[in-house]
Design a protein around this ligand. Sequence first.
Ligand code: FAD
Length: 412
Amino acid sequence: MKVVTVGTGMAAAEFVQRLRLEGLKGPITMIGDEEFPPYSPCVIPFFLAGEPLETVYWKGRDFYERYGVNPLLGDPVTEIDIERRQVRTSGGRIEGYDRLLYATGSRSWYPKPQWLETRGVFGFKTLTDMVAIDRYVRENRITRAVVFGGGFIGVDAALALRHRGLEITLVHRNTRLLSQMTDEEGGRFATAKLKEKTGIDIRLKSTVDAIIADHGQLTGVRFSDDSSMETALLIVSIGVSPNSEPMTGEDRGVAVSAQMLADPSIYCAGDVAVTPHLVDGRDGIYATYPNAMLQARTAARHLMHGDGVYPGSINTNVLKKHIDFPIVSAGSFSGEAVTWEQGDIWRRVYLKDGKINGYLIIGDTRMSGYVYQLYRSQKRVDRSIKAILASPRHDGYYREMLGVRDCGSSVF
Ligand SMILES: Cc1cc2nc3c(=O)[nH]c(=O)nc-3n(C[C@H](O)[C@H](O)[C@H](O)COP(=O)(O)OP(=O)(O)OC[C@H]3O[C@@H](n4cnc5c(N)ncnc54)[C@H](O)[C@@H]3O)c2cc1C
């Protein structure tokens, strides 16, 4: 049986590794639009902050050799012919398959793609972006940058560059940073702490409306209030779209079955897959590393053994790189809010029918693994949640008190 993956990212690498560990002997081809071995986008900010490039190759730089993979790199897949079981690349290559994994992730969305033609303007999504930013910062001795977009990835970018020693202005259109992973009050708390503890200059309710350039070189940006700022580095990170066009013709993701099948011979996993939420059942793209891993494992299990069911995704978010006050959230922020705060610590759980409907924990997140398990298992917690928020104790205490079997580890 010949297996092909479209994409060489986290989901594809996990899938291939599982197939080989389970004993699949046939040929495997991985097709990627970048030139690298599989890497972890979660880790690329560490490279930009100064760690060696090796750290991003989470399954080893020699992945292709170790797992007997034929890599076809630097040539994106443009079309999938389901009838003929063939994929076509932009370079004109045609590759047949018996089973395909479609795992192309997502790409940055740019308000004005032509900005990227100016030297000094970058996205913050891929290792290609990261290598280019790193070289540009070094060669031009860049000391300050503007980051446009204060969502998870924009904040990740700002923190990494700040860690590297740059002065950062972070521009976000909303009233608070991280608006998708926080509620209003928690987001304001997180924004204030980020400002206070990192020294990042945060401009809220603002956008970058224009860039200022001289002979193709960025020299500054203009904001929505018509003020401007000199800078030779602009990172744009204001949203992503799933890379689903070669599969569906549209950029809305790929619908899959509980076996992660999009077609009887095509699995799909990762940030391009539309899956149901584990707790509330809502279909969506839940673009995190743990979801991508579980989806890839479900697909590999089904290919090898013909069984296995994906239980659903959880919209967890964990921001903890380059800061000493992690921010963790999951679920939705509706229901009865139970809040506990003290100094730099802020914790809130939303209850619905006595069960956790969502939570946001900032500052000290040691108990977020317990809260995650309680949320996931939908146990009633109405009487105990205040004590958990106020006074985190050791693993065994919660196991006994709440009857949760595996509550020790956080999701990351
Ligand atoms: C900066 C950053 C930080 C992150 N931090 C975290 C974190 O802390 N925790 C967390 O849970 N998640 C984090 N994520 C998200 C996490 O990286 C993704 O959820 C995960 O990588 C999804 O795996 P994937 O295989 O679906 O996509 P990817 O790992 O992005 O891989 C997709 C691959 O497909 C390739 N591709 C796309 N189109 C084509 C095509 N047409 N032909 C061939 N190849 C193609 C892409 O180049 C890419 O290599 C972060 C993401 C970024 C960008």
